[in-house]
Design a binder for this molecule. Structure first.
Ligand SMILES: [Zn+2]
Length: 341
């Protein structure tokens, strides 16, 4: 029996016996009424409603509830998306205690709206590492294009710049990245940045290693595109190929999905042309990554229209919402992804 089957069996057993799965997970307790996303109503027969819209990635967690804070007589249910669960014989006019715990992954699930205290003990957000592309000064020293690679590439190239606005790519990349961090944190994610200022000297390989060492759930590299043809426009994302020769290859499927979700939601929100996902094994920052990774090309700075748009607050907001929606969609899908990490 493989590990997946054992886990599944343990979960089923847990449901029958009323125990949680033997996977280590933290749990906490809170009053139902204080939690958005999980609500009790009716008087005789309580219902736990998992408000799917309010729950970013809650597919598949355990809920345990009791009228008594000791939880001695608690009853466990395994919650799935879009389903209402009837709680038997609970007087919801009195206090009802519910504990939620993550299974399958120790990191838990994102449930925005939980009180911060509960959030910390129950639902530790997924870690998104954002790498704002480039920096104020290019570093044209060379580094291997991937672990043990003989191919050498610049540590950090200069990036492109706005055709009309003259704004450099590294400025736009950081502007959007900081706003994206704010939005993702609002949605319950943990976020770390490879840089928060322009005056740094961090190579593309080093940026990926930062994401690896921090244990990122996803690594987002934020860039804008440039072309000799000023008419060229639209947004795209990049990931490795299925044949990538480096360790990131095992993240191909997830990186591909992540990239698809990002570009799809980005194009939807910004109305920019969707240029889709490009697969490449030439990017140092992808090749050194050991987590799911995507490069986002927000638009073409060499296109006068997109250049000017990308410097507006309104358009940057659309980019940020699009990317955050893409991240949400990725994690929502992943919670039901049968494929092992
Ligand atoms: Zn770039």
């Amino acid at each position: 029996m493989n590990r997946k089957k054992v886990l599944l069996l343990m979960m089923l057993l847990g449901m029958v016996l009323g125990f949680g799965p033997a996977v280590s997970a933290k749990s906490g307790r809170f009053l139902v009424g204080s939690v958005k996303g999980i609500r009790l109503d009716n008087s005789e027969w309580g219902q736990v409603k998992v408000a799917w819209d309010a729950v970013a990635a809650a597919d598949g967690y355990w809920i345990r509830y009791d009228q008594d804070a000791s939880m001695k007589n608690s009853w466990n249910i395994f919650v799935n998306s879009g389903t209402e669960y009837v709680i038997r014989k609970l007087d919801v006019r009195k206090e009802v205690y519910v504990s939620v715990r993550a299974c399958r992954r120790e990191k838990g699930w994102i449930v925005p709206g939980l009180p911060s205290e509960v959030h910390q003990c129950v639902v530790k957000g997924r870690l998104v590492v954002i790498d704002p592309g480039h920096q104020s000064h290019a570093n044209l020293e060379m580094e291997p294009n991937g672990p043990d690679s003989k191919i050498m590439k610049y540590k950090v190239s200069g990036g492109t710049r706005g055709k009309v606005t003259k704004v450099p790519e590294y400025v736009l990349a950081l502007d959007v990245s900081l706003k994206l961090r704010e939005e993702l944190e609002k949605r319950g994610y943990q976020v770390k940045m490879t840089r928060e200022t322009h005056d740094v000297d961090i190579s593309n390989a080093e940026r990926a290693v930062m994401a690896n060492e921090w244990g990122a759930d996803v690594f987002l590299r934020i860039h804008a595109n440039g072309s000799k043809k000023s008419s060229q426009n639209g947004c795209s994302t990049l990931c490795c190929t299925a044949q990538n020769p480096y360790p990131v290859q095992k993240w191909y499927r997830r990186s591909r999905k992540l990239s698809e979700f990002l570009v799809e939601h980005l194009a939807e929100k910004t109305k920019a042309k969707n240029l889709g996902v490009s697969e490449t094994d030439k990017m140092t920052g992808i090749n050194w990554s050991e987590v799911p990774v995507s490069i986002v090309e927000m638009g073409y700075m060499t296109n006068p229209r997109e250049d000017k748009l990308m410097q507006t607050e309104a358009y940057q907001k659309k980019i940020v919402i699009g990317l955050a929606d893409g991240v949400d969609a990725y994690f929502r899908r992943n919670t039901t992804d049968p494929e092992k990490e």
